[in-house]
Design a protein around this ligand. Structure first.
Ligand code: NAD
Length: 482
């Protein structure tokens, strides 16, 4: 694809220019230069893709699972061979650094490897003699057409949480990637094609809200996997459910990290700073609020401030960069407004980084706030930028209470040397993904990605055995032979 070319949809095994409501520019967030255009697929384009998927499903579901898994392994090998190219695409369209991009591609490959274990994970159950001479068998069968709708912050990893697992379970897939990062999805589609999945089993539809809404209402769609912001997740969950579809919607976050007075600051501070400022804070597992348990908050804040001041903000492809740009100018302006809001509310800026001068990229200076009160908006709302707030509390119990007041419950962590404090925290905290001396407690793909409260809408989570359950339906056969 040449520079600033309009990307195409991939439908029924062919690259097509869809009918669309115009196009959107895709700028490189590090420079502001437009690197591609993305079509806003309309309802007709969505209908074509769903029909292609439906047709492919009818034969794909009967392909033996071991053969489907072999195609997933072929895809895994292509991803491995092209991992560096994928990572560089992520750097360019998302603005995260190369190390962060490589890590995310690795996580996507890990999810693909887990998918290849479907001949084991898809197994059902059998019980002999539920009554004399009567046996019961439980089998898992595919759902039909599964739609994946993904966010901008993990252009490779999150599509790979969904696509290989849904395919290996015997479904056909329509992926609608974020319109802000379409290029990684184009590369994924190429290798899915090369791995030998039959035409129509995987389809790529570009676009934004109109394409999503057409997918949610389409009678040919059976299930929707969504990852994105909280307001969109609520819309997806209610609309997809109203149209009778199975749905899982992973949403926003506000992650609290409790730091006990006995924490090993030498090792904890780098982990905290990396969690809060890595990927410019655009991670659903990013630390957003540090709950500093007294005595010891002064010592912690002093070290955090020093580390934040040492961060270099700059273009994602510069090896000296720690903090890249955020995704778009409107998002930069929102994060800057949150910083002003924190200052106006009486929080104290104890460290503020610098942004590159004279750049058209979308940079936000890393900011560390002290003296944040739990009721302030900056302590409650998802900022999704390089901003970290410190709330001081008198005890672990008070810290847990502060964290549990959040309407989100994606991740939480404790930094301590005390096993009893860690046990109390992991037991009482109301969040799904918990770290003990870990800043980004992301579960490996063979475990589920378990947001709680306002961070998740649905029953079965993404990845792990939950994903196998989500992408299959159970059939229970009771039989006797005369
Ligand atoms: P977003 O909600 O803006 O977009 C996500 C997807 O929804 C995109 O494909 C987009 O085209 C579509 N979309 C957006 N608005 C829509 C609308 N009004 N109607 C229909 N579809 C719409 O999210 P984003 O900004 O791309 O991603 C960042 C958000 O995702 C953050 O809130 C982050 O916490 C969250 N996230 C959550 C997890 C998790 O596991 N819980 C993981 C990654 C990101």
């Amino acid at each position: 694809m040449s520079e600033a070319e309009t990307v195409e949809n991939y439908v029924a095994g062919a690259w097509v220019r869809p009918s669309a409501l115009g196009t959107l520019d895709v700028p490189d967030p590090s420079t502001g230069v437009v690197i591609a255009r993305v079509p806003r697929s309309d309802a007709r384009a969505v209908d074509t893709a769903v029909r292609a998927a439906r047709a492919a499903f009818l034969t794909w579901r009967d392909v033996p699972v071991a053969e489907r898994a072999r195609k997933v392994l072929a895809l895994r090998n292509l991803l491995e061979a092209h991992a560096e190219e994928l990572a560089r695409t992520v750097v360019r369209e998302n603005g995260k650094t190369i190390d962060e991009a490589r890590g995310s591609v690795r996580r996507g490959i890990e999810a693909t490897e887990f998918a290849a274990s479907a001949p084991t994970t898809m197994q059902g159950a059998f019980l002999e003699d539920v009554s004399p001479g009567v046996d019961t068998t439980l089998v898992r069968q595919p759902l039909g057409v599964v739609v994946g709708i993904t966010p901008f912050n993990f252009p490779v990893m999150i599509p790979l949480w969904m696509v290989p697992l849904a395919l290996v379970c015997g479904n056909a897939v329509v992926l609608k990637p974020s319109e802000r990062v379409p290029l990684s999805a184009v590369r994924l589609a190429r290798w899915i094609d090369e791995a030998g999945f039959p035409a129509g089993t995987f389809n790529l539809v570009h676009g934004d809200a109109p394409a999503v809404d057409a997918l949610l209402a389409h009678p040919g769609v059976d299930a929707v996997s969504f990852v994105g912001s909280a307001p969109t997740a609520r819309h997806i969950y209610t609309t997809a459910a109203a149209h009778g579809k199975r749905v899982q919607a992973l949403a926003g976050a506000k992650n609290h990290l409790i730091v006990m007075p006995d924490a090993d600051l030498e090792r904890s501070v780098p982990a905290i700073v990396s969690s809060a400022f890595g990927q410019s804070g655009e991670r659903c597992l990013a630390a957003s609020v540090i709950v500093a348990v007294e005595p010891g908050a002064d010592r912690l804040v002093e070290r955090l401030a020093k580390a934040v001041k040492a961060l270099t903000t700059g273009p994602a492809d510069d090896p000296a960069t720690h903090v890249g740009p955020v995704i778009r100018p409107d998002h930069r302006d929102r994060v800057l407004a949150w910083i002003r809001d924190g200052e106006a509310g009486g929080a104290r800026v104890v460290a503020r980084g610098r942004v590159p001068e004279g750049s058209d990229g979308y940079y936000v200076p890393p900011v560390l706030f002290d003296g944040v009160r739990p009721e302030m908006a900056i302590a409650q709302e998802e900022v999704f930028g390089p901003v970290l707030s410190v709330v001081r509390v008198a005890s672990l119990a008070e810290g847990i209470e502060v964290a549990n007041r959040s309407r989100f419950g994606n991740a939480a962590a404790i930094f301590t040397r005390d096993g009893r404090a860690a046990r109390e925290f992991t037991h009482r905290i109301e969040a799904g993904m918990i770290g003990v001396n870990i800043g980004v407690p992301a579960p490996a793909a063979y475990f589920p990605f378990v947001g709680w409260k306002g961070s998740f809408y649905g029953d079965l989570h993404a990845t792990g055995r939950d994903a196998i359950d989500f992408y299959t339906r159970k059939k229970v056969i009771t039989s006797r032979w005369f």
